[in-house]
Design a protein around this ligand. Sequence first.
Ligand SMILES: Nc1ccc2ncsc2c1
Length: 240
Amino acid sequence: MRIDVVSIFPEYLAPLELSLVGKARTSGLLDLRVHDLRDWTSDRHRTVDDTPFGGGAGMVMRPDVWGTALDELLDDDAHLLVPTPSGEPFTQRTAEALAGERHLVLACGRYEGIDARVAEHYRARGRVTEFSLGDYVLNGGEVAALVVVEAVARLLPGVVGNPESLVEESHGAAGLLEYPVYTKPPAWAGLEVPEVLLSGHHARIARWRRDTALERTAARRPDLIEALPVDELDKHDLAL
Ligand SMILES: Nc1ccc2ncsc2c1
């Protein structure tokens, strides 16, 4: 998979040289390229923004500079992703779908955002998704880009050492939050590990983990319980 990230702060994406994503780049599993939007400017001051039509505070990123950059980076395979507080929710399902694609281009906005004609222009030419990480506002799209790259890259075959660890995680296939995890020592700060986890009884452990995941999800994210297909919950679950 190829991912291009365009930003006026390319150094914000430096963490993607580390850990699993860094290894995926080194191994060639992930072709990640980070670009400085100012490299596509043509004036001495390398200007990327201007005042908003209609007035209002702040500045808006110019469509012509973004157009020069994206015309160079987007190919027929590419999916343009634009982080924005006004976007559609980015979820684990989104990450799973994106992990199956060949080429992602992430356009990181700053200031009050990118001129709306950029998304409009490229929507007529290919896939464009404006997405949000949640109901809060950052200072730009770079942090969202870090999240998307990590959420997608870790799903690429060969990136995570043990693919099993992708199965039982929060927001995984079952649509539940993850059960709590424990390790040595068995007693710590007067707190014991749940006895069932020390029993070696795999069926009981599996049931405890599912029950706890359900209880945790019901308590913290009742919206996820509502979204569960009924056949996902067996008779025992419904008795909880
Ligand atoms: N361009 C921009 C500005 C703020 C923000 N917050 C979350 S995604 C995003 C993107």
